[in-house]
Design a protein around this ligand. Structure first.
Ligand SMILES: Cc1cc2nc3c(=O)[nH]c(=O)nc-3n(C[C@H](O)[C@H](O)[C@H](O)COP(=O)(O)O)c2cc1C
Length: 292
């Protein structure tokens, strides 16, 4: 257990600058809402408009009544936090990576959630993560110091614990105990992965790039590419092809704007378009050609 009594317990509280929670009394808002559908599965429906044909465009006309507001992100007097809030509430859903790292001295385990997170490419198998702030947070410092991390996916049964790991503990205090999550031993890297998560990836640092503010010239973020060196996935969540995961077993939670999370309770499939050469002589393509 970390020595909480003898070391400082104050850490910089970036969150207080964001004013993220839109509710004065969140508990009372929450109490008015229906219970979470704990037994939901990801039901497959038809796609929104299965009768879509070449050239049909949008499957609804409601967009024609909407009016745009145009915003210059660099507008005089517009604080960056408004661009942040607009980006994270429009660029959704974002997966949430629970990132596990260890300090360079090997003494403290760190765990925190990050939603500036995506797949980049499969050869080599890369994920991207972006860490905000002029000064590295504990996760970034550990990745740069040790070159190692684990990424675990956030399923709905660990979302409260995952959210809590974003607490601003100082570097010597581990979020694992506070969140009540279980470290599972990794095969290749030192940091453990989250035993409760159905999918985790052991990763090594591939490269990183610092990003600076055009206004102040100061560092605002660090973009990190990490390479997967080992996958861990529940047998029951993986198809026989050893490649395809089952949404209804993963029960992933995504991040939206503010304090909002969401789930995938409904999914549909749309095959990729056929090769264009198969369509070149079709009536639909000929009509479009003649009209253009
Ligand atoms: C769902 C969620 C997503 C987050 N995504 C990011 C992110 O992509 N980048 C970032 O710098 N901070 C992000 N944060 C904030 C960090 O988790 C938070 O600053 C945390 O304290 C960092 O922990 P550390 O200092 O132990 O690394 C996110 C927080 C939450 C709850």
């Amino acid at each position: 257990m970390d020595n909480i009594r003898s070391l400082p317990i104050e850490a910089f509280d970036k969150e207080s600058l964001v004013n993220r929670n839109p509710h004065k009394d969140f508990d009372s808002v929450q109490s008015q809402r229906p219970d979470y559908p704990l037994n939901h599965t990801s039901t497959y429906t038809k796609s929104p408009h299965p009768g879509w044909k070449i050239g049909d465009g949008a499957n609804s006309n409601h967009w024609k009544n909407e009016e745009f507001i145009s915003i210059d992100p660099a507008e005089e007097g517009r604080p960056e936090v408004l661009n942040y809030k607009l980006m994270i509430s429009t660029t959704v859903p974002r997966p949430v990576a629970l990132v596990s790292t260890i300090t360079a001295d090997g003494k403290t385990r760190n765990l925190a959630p990050f939603s500036y997170f995506q797949c980049v490419i499969a050869d080599p198998p890369l994920y991207s993560l972006a860490f905000a702030g002029e000064h590295p947070n504990d996760t970034l410092r550990n990745i740069l110091d040790t070159g190692e991390l684990c990424i675990s996916m956030t399923s709905d049964w660990i979302i409260e614990a995952a959210n809590f790991t974003s607490i601003n503990t100082p570097p010597h205090i581990s979020e694992w105990n506070l969140a009540g999550l279980t470290p599972a031993a990794s095969a290749v890297v030192k940091p453990p992965f989250v035993a409760e998560s159905p999918y985790s990836a052991e990763c090594k640092l591939h490269s990183h790039q610092e990003i600076s503010s055009k206004r102040t010239g100061r560092r605002t973020a660090t973009l990190v590419l990490v390479e997967i060196v080992r996958f861990h996935i529940w047998r029951q969540a993986l198809a026989e092809d050893m490649a395809t995961a089952d949404l209804s077993k993963l029960r992933p939670v995504f991040r939206a704007g503010g304090t909002t999370y969401g789930t995938v309770q409904s999914a549909f499939e749309i095959p990729r378009p056929p090769p264009f050469r198969n369509l070149v002589q079709s009536d639909a393509v000929n009509t479009l050609r003649n009209n253009s």
